[in-house]
Design a protein around this ligand. Structure first.
Ligand SMILES: Cc1cc2nc3c(=O)[nH]c(=O)nc-3n(C[C@H](O)[C@H](O)[C@H](O)COP(=O)(O)OP(=O)(O)OC[C@H]3O[C@@H](n4cnc5c(N)ncnc54)[C@H](O)[C@@H]3O)c2cc1C
Ligand SMILES: NC(=O)c1ccc[n+]([C@@H]2O[C@H](COP(=O)([O-])OP(=O)(O)OC[C@H]3O[C@@H](n4cnc5c(N)ncnc54)[C@H](OP(=O)(O)O)[C@@H]3O)[C@@H](O)[C@H]2O)c1
Ligand SMILES: Cc1cc2nc3c(=O)[nH]c(=O)nc-3n(C[C@H](O)[C@H](O)[C@H](O)COP(=O)(O)O)c2cc1C
Length: 806
C-alpha cells in the first residue's frame, strides 16, 4: 500500500507580528519543524480510522497539502477529508480549546488547500474561513476587542512588556548593550543560565549584557545586529525535540526555509552576526538537545559565525551544571579573543537595589505577601489563568493511594468550576507550591534575615534591562516562601560567588574549594542533595552569612517553579474537576540524617492531611503556610494553571489503545479509561483498551485497584489490565516484560492501527518499552531489528506512538 502525507502548520507563524500567543496547545509542537504530518493510505475512499496523526485538540491551523517526494503527487481533496477537517474547524471556531487563553488572541483558522478539486461546498467553506481570517486581521480596527485583564502590568506578564520595543537592534542601541543573551526556557534553568552568563560577561569582561526572553522580540532584523555585538542563545529542548513555549516563534522563523530578514537579502543574510549557543537537554529523550543543534545549524546556514563550540548540557546524566561550567570557560576565552576583551577581576555588582520601607508594614494593602500578581493582591483574581496568573482552586477531595508506612501517593481532585479554565483528557495541570516552613526559617536564619523577615522591602532594578522576578513591595519572608526555589540543587558557580561574603576565613577557604573543585563539590554537596542554606550552615558551622547582599540571592536563586502533573481524570466525565496522582518525593540518602523532601509533593501531602481533619498538619515534621498569603488559600485551595498537551486519545473511539503506565505513569491512563467507560455508558462503541501497569507489590502500591474492577464491569472484554509486580517474586517483573509476553496480541492490535501510549519514567522505562516494541515487531513480522525500529519511529512521527514522560 502506498501512503500519502500531508502537512499541517500552526497559524501563528504567519501571523508573527500580530502576536498570536505561542500557545502550547498548537499540536504542531510535536512536529518535525513547523509541520505535523498526517498519514493516510492512497486510496480512493478513505475512512477516518486509517488516518494517523489527526490531532484531537489544538486545531488552529493552516492546512497545506504538500507533495511528498516519496509518494508522488498530493492527494486531491476527498469527500472524507472535507468532512474531517470541517469538524475540526467547526469545533475550534465554536470554542477556544483553551478558555484560559483569551479568545480574542486566538487566531482564526486559515486553510490553504492546493491540488484540491473544489466543489460548491468547498467554495462556501473556504469563503467562510476567508471571512474569519479577514475578521481576525481587522480585529481592534473595525470591531471590538475585549480588554485583556493583562493590561494591568504584572511582573513577567506579556502585557507588562507590551509597551517595550520588539526590535532587538533598537533595544541594544537604546540601552547601550553589546551582548544580548536570549533564553528558551520552560522551567527556569535556561533562564537562570542566561542570567549567569550576563552577570559573568559584565563582571569579568566588562561586556554590557542584557538577558532577553525569546518571545519578547522579533527576529527579522537579526541581520542588522552590528558585528561588534554578540548574541547568545541558551535553549532548552522539550517534547519530541521541540522548543519551549517562549521559543516557538523564534524556532519557526529561524528554521524556516527562507526567513524574511529586514535587508531582504537571501544569500547569507546573517553574515554579520556573531553568536554563542548552549543547549539544555536530556539524553534519555530521543531528540537530545535538538533545539540548540537545529538552531545552530540554521544560523550557520544563514551565514552567522559561531564563537566557540555550541555547548550541550545533559540533565539525564545529571551533569547539566558541570557541562555548563565546562563549556563556558573556553567560550569566554573565544569571545574575549574575538571581541578584544580584557579579563578583569570579577567584582560583585548588584543588579537590584533593595530599599527597606519604614513607611509600610506587612498589613499595608499594597504589600505583597506571596500573591503572584496585582490582581491577586487587589481582590478576586480574574482570568485568563495561565503560567503568569494561577487560579486559586479549591481541592474538593484528596486521599492516599498507597498502603505503606513510608511512601505516599496522593489522589487529589481540584475544582476549576469557579474559573474559565478548561482541560481535555491527557492535559497537564501545574501546581504552584509553597516552600516548607523549616526551609524558609533555615534560609532566613543563615542569611541573618530572620529578625526582619516581615520587614517590607521594595526591589528595584539598577539597570534598565533587569527584571525583578516577583512583585514588590513585599517582605523577605514572602519572597523566600513563595518566590524562590530555595531547596533546589546548588550551583557551584553561585557557591564560588558567595565565598567573598563568608563570615570567616575558614568558611571562605572551604567555599572557595567547593567552588573550584568539582569532585569535592560532588561528594560534599550533590550526593547529599544539600540546598544552599543547608550547605552554608555546614560550611560555617552555623555562623550567619550576614554580609551576603540580598540582591545576590535574588540573582543566584531561581524563581520557584510550578510543578506539572498529568491529569488523571476525564474531561468528558468531569469537565470541571481535575484530578492528579502524585507520588510524594522523599528519599533517604546515605550520610544524611533526614530524608530529602520534594517541595511541591510534601506541600500537597500537608494539604491532604489538613483536608482530612488534621488542624495543623506537619507530615514528616514539615509545616506549611497552608492558608496562603492573607489566608487566601484557606478552605484548602491551591494555585494552579493548565497546560494543554498533545497526549491524546484517538479521535475515533473505536480504535484500540495500548497503554504502558507503571507507577505514577498510570495517571493519564486513568483519565483515558474513565473517558472510554463514560463513552460506553453513553452508548458509544469503544475499541479495546489494554493497560500495562507496574508497581512494587499488589498489597502496597497498586493504585486504583478497585476502580479498574468497576471499569471492567462496564467495558467487559473491551478493557484489560495487565499487571507487573516487580517485588513479589525472585526476579523483577516490569511492564515491558509483560508486553513481550503479549507479542502476538500487541502486533495484531497494531495491525488494527492501535494507538500506543507510554507514560512515566523517561530515563529507563520509556526507553526499554520503546526497544521492546521494536523487538515485538521484528519477531512477529519477521523483519530486521532496524526495520522494526524504523516502524516505531514512523509511529512516533504520525502520533500513533505517544509519550508523556518526565
Ligand atoms: C509533564 C510532566 C508530568 C508529570 N506528571 C506527574 C504525575 O502525574 N505524577 C507525579 O507524581 N509526578 C509527575 N511529574 C513530576 C512532578 O512535576 C514533580 O517533578 C514531582 O512531583 C516532584 O516535585 P517536588 O516539588 O515534590 O520535588 P522537587 O523538590 O522538585 O525535587 C524533585 C527532584 O529534583 C532533584 N532535587 C531537588 N532538589 C535537589 C537538591 N537540593 N539537590 C539535589 N537534587 C535535588 C531530586 O532529584 C528530586 O527528586 C510530572 C512532570 C512533568 C514534567
Ligand atoms: N529517573 C529514574 O531513574 C526514575 C526511575 C523510576 C521512577 N522515576 C521517577 O520517580 C518518580 C516516582 O516514580 P513512581 O513512584 O511513579 O514509580 P516507582 O514506584 O518508582 O516505579 C513503579 C514500578 O516501575 C518499576 N520500574 C523500575 N524501573 C523500571 C524500568 N526500567 N522499567 C519498567 N519498570 C520499572 C518499579 O520497580 P522497582 O522499583 O521494584 O525496580 C515499580 O514496580 C516519577 O517521577 C518517575 O518519573 C525516575
Ligand atoms: C517533559 C519534558 C520533555 C523533555 N524533552 C526533551 C527532549 O525532547 N530532548 C532533550 O534533549 N531534553 C528534553 N527534556 C529535558 C529538558 O530540556 C531539560 O530538563 C532542561 O534543563 C529544561 O530546561 P528549562 O528548565 O530551562 O526548561 C525534557 C524535559 C521534560 C521535563
Amino acid at each position: 500500500m502506498r501512503w500519502y502525507e500531508c502537512a499541517v502548520r500552526a497559524a501563528s507563524s504567519g501571523e508573527r507580528r500580530s502576536r498570536a500567543p505561542s500557545n502550547p496547545y498548537c499540536f504542531n509542537r510535536r512536529s518535525d519543524r513547523t509541520y505535523s504530518r498526517l498519514t493516510f493510505p492512497a486510496a480512493d475512499s478513505i475512512d477516518e480510522s486509517s488516518v494517523t496523526g489527526i490531532p484531537s485538540v489544538g486545531v488552529l491551523f493552516t492546512v497545506v497539502y504538500k507533495a511528498d517526494a516519496r509518494t508522488g503527487p498530493c492527494l486531491p481533496l476527498r469527500p472524507w477529508w472535507r468532512v474531517t477537517s470541517l469538524s475540526h474547524l467547526g469545533r475550534s471556531q465554536a470554542q477556544s480549546p483553551n478558555a484560559s487563553v483569551p479568545t480574542s488572541n486566538v487566531p482564526p483558522l486559515v486553510a490553504i488547500v492546493t491540488m484540491a478539486e473544489l466543489d460548491a461546498l468547498d467554495v462556501i467553506v473556504l469563503a467562510v474561513i476567508l471571512l474569519g481570517t479577514v475578521a481576525y486581521l481587522t480585529k481592534g480596527k473595525y470591531w471590538g476587542v475585549k480588554k485583556d485583564p493583562y493590561t494591568t502590568p504584572l511582573p513577567g506578564s506579556a502585557a507588562a512588556k507590551a509597551g517595550r520595543t520588539r526590535n532587538i537592534v533598537e533595544k541594544l542601541e537604546e540601552s547601550g548593550k553589546n551582548c544580548i543573551i536570549f533564553y528558551g526556557s520552560q522551567t527556569g534553568t535556561a533562564e537562570d543560565y542566561a542570567s549567569r552568563l550576563a552577570k559573568e560577561g559584565k563582571s569579568r569582561f566588562g561586556l554590557e549584557t542584557m538577558v532577553a526572553d525569546l518571545e519578547d522580540y522579533d527576529y527579522d532584523n537579526l541581520d542588522a545586529v552590528p558585528s561588534d555585538k554578540i548574541v547568545m542563545f541558551v535553549l532548552a529542548t522539550y517534547g519530541e525535540g521541540e522548543p519551549t513555549d517562549n521559543a516557538v516563534e523564534f524556532y519557526e522563523f529561524i528554521t524556516s526555509e527562507n526567513p524574511d530578514f529586514s535587508s531582504g537579502e537571501t544569500e547569507k543574510p546573517l553574515k554579520n552576526l556573531h553568536y554563542v549557543a548552549f543547549g539544555l537537554g536530556n539524553n534519555t529523550y530521543e531528540h537530545y538537545n535538538a533545539m540548540v543543534r537545529n538552531v545552530d545549524k540554521a544560523l550557520q546556514r544563514l551565514g552567522a559565525s559561531r564563537i566557540g563550540e555550541a555547548g550541550e548540557g545533559d540533565d539525564g546524566a545529571g551533569t547539566m551544571e558541570e557541562d555548563f561550567l565546562a563549556w563556558k570557560e573556553p567560550m569566554w576565552e573565544a569571545v574575549a579573543k574575538k571581541m578584544g576583551l580584557q579579563e578583569r577581576e570579577a567584582i560583585y555588582e548588584p543588579i537590584f537595589g533593595i530599599v527597606e520601607r519604614d513607611d509600610l508594614t506587612r498589613d499595608s494593602p499594597e504589600v505583597y505577601l506571596g500573591e503572584p500578581n496585582k490582581m491577586h493582591l487587589d481582590g478576586e483574581p480574574k482570568g485568563p489563568f495561565n503560567a503568569h496568573n494561577p487560579y486559586t482552586a479549591p481541592i474538593q477531595k484528596s486521599y492516599e493511594l498507597f498502603n505503606s508506612k513510608d511512601r505516599n501517593c496522593l489522589h487529589m481532585e481540584i475544582d476549576i468550576s469557579g474559573s474559565n479554565l478548561t482541560y481535555q483528557t491527557g492535559d497537564h495541570i501545574a501546581i504552584w507550591p509553597t516552600n516548607a516552613g523549616q526551609e524558609v526559617d533555615r534560609f532566613l536564619n543563615i542569611f541573618d534575615l530572620a529578625d526582619k523577615r516581615h520587614t517590607v522591602i521594595s526591589v528595584k532594578p539598577l539597570e534598565p534591562t533587569a527584571k525583578v522576578p516577583f512583585p514588590t513591595p513585599t517582605t523577605y519572608d514572602a519572597i523566600v516562601r513563595y518566590h524562590m526555589e530555595i531547596c533546589a540543587p546548588v550551583s557551584r558557580q553561585f557557591v564560588a560567588t558567595l565565598a567573598a561574603f563568608a563570615p570567616d576565613d575558614e568558611s571562605r577557604a572551604e567555599l572557595t574549594k567547593l567552588g573550584n573543585d568539582k569532585d569535592y563539590f560532588h561528594s560534599k554537596v550533590t550526593t547529599q542533595y544539600l540546598n544552599i542554606a543547608r550547605l552554608l550552615e555546614i560550611v560555617s558551622k552555623g555562623k550567619k552569612w550576614s554580609n551576603v547582599p540580598f540582591s545576590a540571592l535574588i540573582e543566584g536563586i531561581t524563581k520557584l517553579q510550578p510543578r506539572y502533573y498529568s491529569i488523571s481524570s476525564s474531561s468528558l466525565e468531569h469537565p470541571k474537576l481535575v484530578s492528579i496522582t502524585a507520588v510524594v518525593e522523599s528519599q533517604a540518602l546515605p550520610g544524611r540524617e533526614d530524608p530529602f523532601k520534594g517541595v511541591a509533593t510534601n506541600y500537597l501531602l500537608a494539604l491532604k492531611e489538613k483536608q482530612n481533619g488534621d488542624a495543623s498538619p506537619s507530615p514528616y515534621g514539615l509545616t506549611y503556610e497552608i492558608t496562603g498569603p492573607r489566608n487566601k488559600y484557606d478552605g484548602i485551595h491551591v494555585p494552579v494553571h493548565i497546560r494543554h498537551s498533545n497526549f491524546k486519545l484517538p479521535s475515533d473511539p473505536t480504535r484500540p489503545i495500548i497503554m504502558i503506565g507503571p507507577g505514577t505513569g498510570v495517571a493519564p491512563f486513568r483519565g483515558f479509561i474513565r473517558e472510554r467507560k463514560k463513552l460506553a455508558e453513553n452508548g458509544q462503541t469503544v475499541g479495546k483498551s489494554i493497560l500495562f501497569f507496574g508497581c512494587r507489590r499488589s498489597t502496597e502500591d497498586f493504585m486504583y485497584q478497585k476502580e479498574w474492577e468497576e471499569v471492567k464491569q462496564v467495558l467487559g472484554d473491551k478493557f484489560e489490565l495487565v499487571t507487573a509486580f516487580s517485588r513479589e517474586g525472585s526476579k523483577k517483573v516490569y511492564v515491558q516484560h509483560r508486553l513481550k509476553e503479549r507479542s502476538k496480541e500487541i502486533n495484531a492490535l497494531l495491525d488494527q492501527k492501535a494507538f500506543f501510549y507510554v507514560c512515566g519514567d523517561a530515563a529507563n522505562m520509556a526507553r526499554e518499552v520503546n526497544a521492546t516494541l521494536a523487538q515485538i515487531l521484528a519477531d512477529e513480522r519477521g523483519i530486521s531489528k532496524s526495520k522494526a525500529e524504523e516502524i516505531v519511529k514512523q509511529m512516533r512521527a504520525s502520533n500513533q506512538y505517544q509519550e508523556d514522560v518526565w
